[in-house]
Design a protein around this ligand. Sequence first.
Ligand code: EPU
Length: 426
Amino acid sequence: MDKFVIRGGNPLVGEVSIGGAKNAAVAILPASILAGDTCVIENLPSISDVAASARILSDMGAAVKMLNRSTLEIDTAHLTDTSVSNDMSRQMRASYYFLGALLGRFGKASVAMPGGCDLGPRPIDQHLKAFAAMGAEIDVRSGMIHVAGKLTGAHIFFDTVSVGATINAMLAAVRAEGQTVLENVAKEPHIVDVANFLNTMGADIRGAGTDAIKIRGVKELHGCTYAIIPDQIEAGTYMVGAALTGGNVLIKNVIPKHLEPITAKLERAGAIIEEYDDSMRVYRTGDILPVNIKTMPHPGFPTDMQSLMGVLLSVAKGTSIITEGIWENRFRYVDELRRMGANIQVEGRTAVVEGVPELSAAPVRATDLRAGAAMVMAALYAHGESEIEDIGHIKRGYEDIVQKLRSLNADIRCVHVPETVMREAL
Ligand code: EPU
């Protein structure tokens, strides 16, 4: 029941270091099951989704040891349980990766329907289609997904570009008999990262990052040490923060190439971005300018940055149009932003954003992970003191956000609201 209290008006100034990519980490942790051996995973972000993945592995019988704050050693040699309960699965969307990993190693898996952010319908038909094409029997009963069968390579053409289905199919295919070809796949940097991790364990995957991925099944994998790539959305969040508040931030531990879709739009919106080998400096001297955005699979503009750009454009000098191309329900932050004075009209998957000269503080909610981060940025810009509730969503994906922002001169604190106070207030 914690909340953030933020007094806006301070430009973000200084340096911030970006953690490991959440959406790679939540796939790589379950993927370690395929090794049946010890893996050391480095550069893990310190977030609740990673903690939940590690807890699931440990509940299933893996020996999980924390070597330091961002490194886990995972030994899955004695892991025997092939099911993930409802309690664990509901904590995060990515629990679906246990299906592909368990199926790939043991030829069976039972995983409760996953939870995660409410972004509208989140089907997993393409994941199941891939498992079925490789020979698995699928049974969905009482909220549980059961998959079982001896897998053989297959040629799979996905009906829609899906990050989760692409990764899950790779996990299932690496130890299948024969060759699997995946077409119309997702190309996000974390797809390549998961493929690199699997290859480091001895898999034979080619083409990750292009439209088609070829996987030659191998009999066994082995343990390895692997460092996860930096989180492009965490980096993008601080880039927006620097541009929005008119600050000047050196964002360290990034891969600038992964950030190109975000950099391109931010520059058009008036940010000045200097790229170095593994860092970038973001600042702004002129006005925030309107730009149109359509979210698309990589290398298009990422949907996970849509709410953050929405906040920036809400104070641009002019009108911007934002079209959400991935999720049906990703404008829920707009109602919250309107409480701060934004002028945004949403019609279906399109938002018309009329820039206003300023935002004013208000009590708002984090309606999902990225919407929550967007509210933090809006509050840093707004005049006065804002309170943000439901921050559990934000902790799922942003490590040390309060400490990182405070080191950039932001006036933000996390306030604990005891449950009794909450009950009395209700
Ligand atoms: N889709 C289907 N059938 C499927 C799978 C997906 O129709 O079987 C549709 C979805 O409904 C959606 C589109 O395909 O319209 C893309 O979904 P995708 O499978 O790519 O999304 P995901 O794997 O469930 C991941 C990230 C999301 C991110 C999306 C898109 C993880 C754990 N989550 O979700 O991240 O928005 O890719 O890039 O990797 C976040 O980090 O805040 C977040 C929501």
